[in-house]
Design a protein around this ligand. Sequence first.
Ligand code: DAH
Length: 344
Amino acid sequence: MSDLIAQLEQLQTEAQAALDAAQSTPATEAWYSEYLGRKGKMTAILRGLGQLPKEERPLVGKRANEIKEALDAALATRQEAIAAEEMQRSLAAEGIDVTMPGRRPLLGKLHPTNQAMREMVEILKQMGFQVYDSPEVETDAYNFELLNFPPDHPAREMQDTFFTTTPDVILRTHTSPGQIHAMRHYAPEPIRVILPGKCYRNEDVTARSEMMFYQIEGLAIGRNITFSDLKGTLLNFANQMYGEGRKIRFRKSYFPFTEPSVEVDVDCILCGGAGCRICKHTGWLEILGAGMVHPVVLQNGGYDPAVFSGFAFGMGIERQAMLKRGVDDIRLFYSNDVRFLERV
Ligand code: DAH
């Protein structure tokens, strides 16, 4: 009996030394098979158990278990140490510095056109205007005729139209046709609506004009609406959009759907009116077209011009964004250059 225990203790010493010498996870696995595995040295020694007298077997068995447990524990410790060393080595080899700060993911944000559109909608909503959706694909009637552009009227040439293969169906050249949709929906109730959306013009693309751009249209119709209401609305808009204390000025103009018609300028947000590069030394920046709704248009919308009057205005959204943010080329908006989109 003492012979078997001596062999087991001898094995333990030898195994411990071999384990200390193991340098890798595979080496510790090989070590396990060699000493503790089913065909290992420990099993081989314990085969001698059968030849021992019955009463001696439990004692040897107990000692064998203690040694096995001790070796198992030593193996776990050694494997942990090796795993840590291997991690250290591979981090060093791959040049990974775990103390380096993480890389920030890029945050998305609203497109500059959308930012300007939302800002404008917010301002106009506060004045009681509600957003009314109207289609981008229109008929010639809505885009021109019902807005008092007679057929072959030269005013149609102000806007180069994209046609479709369906006769009379076109891409809208402005948001004004939405006026007719809104009026026909609500007449004879008074309305205050805004119509934001895309417009299309078959024009050469330059720093000042794109084939696709956004406008926002405003329309107010009621029983006692006058030009002063238009002035007050636009002055309030200019002050909220471009800063308190802004001045606006009206220049007479022509649009078939308004009478009288005006173009509206705001005093230059850069130089305050003194004259600079942005305002081309005039002190003023043009921001929109407007006027009192033409009686024919009121009638086409379903309102009796003897009872109702109204004002309308329309402006380019990119144009407002450009003025406000000092962008001098409209093409930047739709060329998907991330440097521009991040900056504006
Ligand atoms: N639709 C005009 C354009 O695209 C802008 C405009 C002018 C709209 C006067 C209006 C308005 O509602 O009253 O050039």
